[in-house]
Design a protein around this ligand. Structure first.
Ligand SMILES: [Zn+2]
Length: 280
């Protein structure tokens, strides 16, 4: 980043911040320049998330180019048999670039057969290596965890892995949280925040957990280009639509949108603290 870009980043004050998007994927990638300049006009920032080596590099390139974009590097659990996870390659990316978190990484059992222990073991192994990177570089984790329907299995396994790293203390966020209050509490106990997507605008399934959580432990995300919120269903999702998600969470909590907006920005800068140091 040159001096002028750094200066711009420093002057950025956000109206909204989308803590999890993929400007490096699908239709959103094709329109990224247009979407990002629109975002800048509306004072919207985002963390764009890597899901393999290539998309992690693309996230870094976007963060270097644009003042309102930050990057993570990570390897998604669904990719474990698509390519080899090479810890050294990720380590080099972290050493050579500014990144704000490790992920998305985690466990996804949603589409696995019950007896598919091989995939589960591989996912755990690759997740553990990424937790090690988070410890080594003192970065927060951006965790993707998806259990098999009607179970909490992937959350139990992820918690077991995280708890095996009790020293030093880990930090991070559970992206697209779909667990119950018991699981939520276990993540709160280790200081992890939970984030919610546009699904909250068209499903009541998340109301109870959103009512349960302290507001300072909630983060909003679009997961764009996926799960477009109401009233944009049918269109490609983009970080601008974070407004609808914040609005809906404020509604569930019966709080003023402005107030909730400010709390979420504060939470974002607390969890992803290298954004904060970039801004000050
Ligand atoms: Zn994602």
């Amino acid at each position: 980043m040159n001096k002028e870009q750094k200066q711009l980043k420093t002057n950025m004050i956000f109206e909204y911040f989308d803590i999890h998007s993929h400007l490096n994927l699908g239709e959103l990638k094709e329109n990224q320049d247009e979407v990002i300049s629109e975002m800048a006009k509306e004072k919207i920032g985002t963390i764009t998330v890597g899901i393999d080596l290539e998309t992690s590099k693309e996230a870094i390139a976007l963060a270097k180019k644009y003042k309102n974009i930050w990057a993570t590097v990570g390897f998604h659990p669904m990719n474990v048999f698509k390519e080899e996870f090479n810890k050294e390659s990720y380590k080099n990316l972290i050493l050579e670039n500014e990144i704000v978190a490790i992920g998305e990484c985690g466990l996804d059992y949603s589409k696995l057969k019950d007896n598919d222990l091989r995939t589960k073991e591989r996912q755990k192994e690759v997740f553990t290596k990424q937790v090690e990177l988070a410890v080594e570089f003192n970065k927060p984790l951006m965790i993707h965890c998806r259990p098999k329907e009607n179970t909490m299995d992937a959350y139990f396994d992820a918690l077991e892995i995280l708890n095996s790293f009790s020293e030093p203390r880990l930090k991070g966020n559970i992206h697209f949280f779909v667990g119950d209050t018991n699981i939520a509490q276990r993540f709160l106990n280790i200081g992890f925040t939970l984030s919610f997507t546009g699904v909250v605008t068209f499903s009541k399934d998340y109301d109870q957990i959103i009512e349960y959580l302290p507001l300072n432990m909630i983060l909003p995300e679009t997961d764009a280009p996926f799960v477009t919120p109401v009233p944009y269903r049918g269109q490609c999702n983009k970080p601008q639509y974070i407004k609808e998600i914040v609005k809906r969470i404020a509604e569930i909590r019966n709080r003023d949108v402005e107030e909730v907006k400010q709390i979420f920005i504060k939470n974002t800068l607390r969890v992803f603290d290298s954004i904060k140091s970039d801004l000050t």
